[in-house]
Design a binder for this molecule. Structure first.
Ligand SMILES: Cc1cc2nc3c(=O)[nH]c(=O)nc-3n(C[C@H](O)[C@H](O)[C@H](O)COP(=O)(O)O)c2cc1C
Length: 195
């Protein structure tokens, strides 16, 4: 049995959010093929995610406190599903605040004797679902700090098996998004089957 953590980083309800609907569909399709696996849903807006403070950082080095607790809990999972909308070219702050709690020295990464960081979460997988109001084709593709950051930080903690699906133009072309949504869900099904 594999344990999966599904992190949701939007304040929207499922019926208002294409991203959440895609995430729901991904989970449903995944569980059809992996009936014994267990998925925990972590809706960040339902939790009290606070910014890291000095106390958290000092406590973690003493193997106690919120950061220590969050990071140890996070590393127990085999697979991660993350949903986040693009906000101001990046991820919502609440997701960054959560990642600041779980990316902890000696728990999810460590420094080797040369001072080079090494991820400690090996043999794990992540799937990132992202949504954007507009589109970012070349030559503005470099602005997609949402995907760049998530991919990079998961690699930093050792998760190299990282895949993603980004739905763009949700606000710019709402009619297209709606019409094409059944096809979008089919693509999500394919990803879920391979996860
Ligand atoms: C605070 C805020 C900032 C946003 N910034 C961007 C942005 O930089 N680029 C973009 O394409 N869309 C931006 N959007 C639009 C959202 O990405 C879009 O509405 C969202 O992905 C739709 O997600 P949903 O499927 O969960 O409703 C922003 C929306 C909000 C509320």
């Amino acid at each position: 049995m594999k344990k999966i953590l599904c992190i949701i980083a939007t304040p929207k309800k499922e019926e208002e959010s294409y991203g959440r609907q895609m995430t729901h569909h991904f989970i449903k399709e995944y569980l059809k093929l992996n009936i014994n696996d267990k998925i925990d849903i972590l809706n960040l807006y339902d939790k009290e995610i606070s910014f890291l403070d000095c106390e958290n950082i000092i406590d973690c080095s003493k193997s106690q406190g919120k950061m220590y607790e969050y990071a140890n809990k996070f590393k127990l999972y085999d697979k991660y599903i993350i949903y986040a909308p693009m906000w101001n070219l990046s991820i919502p702050g609440i997701l960054k605040a959560y990642l600041d709690l779980v990316i902890a020295n000696k728990i999810t990464f460590k420094y080797n004797s040369f001072g080079i960081p090494k991820g400690l979460l090996t043999n794990k997988k992540a799937f990132y679902i992202g949504t954007r109001g507009g589109a970012y084709p070349f030559p503005i593709s470099f602005l997609t700090y949402d995907l760049k950051y998530i991919k990079c930080i998961f690699k930093f903690i050792g998760i190299k098996d990282f895949k993603n699906f980004i739905l763009e133009n949700i606000d710019k072309k709402p009619e297209n998004t709606k019409t094409n949504f059944p096809k979008t869900l089919l693509k999500i099904s394919d990803f879920a089957k391979k996860f």
